[in-house]
Design a protein around this ligand. Structure first.
Ligand code: PMP
Length: 341
């Protein structure tokens, strides 16, 4: 594995373990490639609204057909687009509790209702009960993250197929923002289920949150129909260019995903030894947990320069950082345990 691809983020920025970003910045090698590519950019021109080169490069990496993909300004734009296209006043979006907060945001924007299926404490849920509850309430669209944000729980493809098949007349959107950290994906199944949409992002495993690049994958007919709702030029030329450079390094990124997964296991094993909190297994680049001391812990970590994500119900989510950051975080949690007794 090349050691040069990434270097650790400047620690002056603090130990930011709250937004599920990668802990490393891009390598000097990639930075140089980007600078060279920028030299050819025609700044006075509008960007390629079709994102032709970007989609071509992505399809080579993901083994998809170009007609199956639409690129957006982050997957956020595409999730909003899907909700705007298929929902409206009086319609119902069906999702999980907990799940990604932007689903509520977009549903609110289009005056749609949101129905939530409550998962178990560790994020797991019965697919049969999920289907039954959705049918009973005659929902108009399904959108869920898999792996789930914030719990890290992931359903297998076999279980997701049951959901896609149970609601053939409504769009079923599987948000795979953390797909690279999980072994399975529904990306390749979009020709089997005409109602299936899968979203992906370069913000997480590719460490390009600043560039805002996401994709929606579905059959070509659905993608053609979706294009009508998308504002032109939403993906700027610089982001398209940087994303193409990054995707050409896809194999090296895979090695860093493996490091994050190893770190996730180490951190999980370390945290589960602590008695004041409970943590759950995760298929993403973060660990979800609960503790009666959650709010105190969050303040304590903050005072020591570590930011994690907190939720109202005594739960929290910790992004997997670099080995050094994770060690520091674990040492702080151990010290906190001694303090609270
Ligand atoms: N889906 C989920 C589940 C997420 O956690 C996030 C980012 N927090 C997104 C989508 C949005 O990602 P992007 O940066 O591509 O807009």
């Amino acid at each position: 594995m090349k050691q040069t691809i990434m270097y650790e983020t400047n620690q002056k920025a603090g130990c930011l373990l709250h937004a599920n970003e990668l802990p490393w910045n891009i390598s000097e090698e990639m930075r140089q490639e980007i600078i060279n590519a920028i030299a050819t950019l025609e700044f006075q021109r509008y960007p390629d609204t079709e994102c032709t080169q970007l989609i071509k490069t992505y399809c080579e990496v993901a083994s998809l057909f170009e007609k199956q993909v639409l690129a957006g300004n982050g997957s956020d734009e595409l999730l909003g687009l899907l909700i705007g296209a298929y929902l409206g006043k009086g319609k119902t979006l069906y999702t999980l509790s907990p799940d990604f907060s932007m689903y509520d945001y977009y549903a609110g924007m289009y005056e749609a209702k949101v129905l939530k299926f409550k998962t178990r404490e560790d994020g797991s849920y019965s697919v049969n009960d999920f289907v039954e509850f959705g049918r009973r309430n005659q929902v108009d669209m399904i959108m869920l993250s898999n792996p789930n944000n914030p719990t890290g729980f992931a359903l297998s493809n076999a279980k997701l197929r049951i959901i896609a098949a149970a609601f053939p007349r409504i769009p079923v959107v599987i948000d795979e923002a953390y797909g690279e950290f999980y072994e399975e994906s529904m990306r390749k199944e979009v020709e089997c289920y005409p109602n299936l949409y899968v979203t992906r992002t370069l913000s997480k495993a590719y460490g390009l949150a600043s560039m805002r690049i996401g994709f929606v994958i579905s059959n070509s007919k659905n993608i053609e129909a979706l294009k009508k709702y998308k504002a032109p030029y939403s993906v700027n030329a610089l982001s398209q260019l940087v994303a193409c450079v990054a995707l050409c390094h896809a194999k090296e990124y895979q090695a860093y995903v493996e490091i994050i997964k190893q770190e996730r296991e180490k951190l999980y094993q370390g945290l589960r030894k602590l008695s004041f909190l409970q943590v759950f297994r995760s298929s993403a680049n973060y660990i979800y947990g609960k503790s009666k001391q959650a709010s105190k812990l969050i303040v304590y970590l903050q005072e020591h320069g570590v930011i994690i994500r907190s939720y109202e119900d005594d739960s929290f989510r910790i992004t997997i950082g670099s080995a050094k950051q994770n060690k520091y975080l674990l040492a702080l949690c151990e010290a906190f345990e001694k303090e609270v007794g």
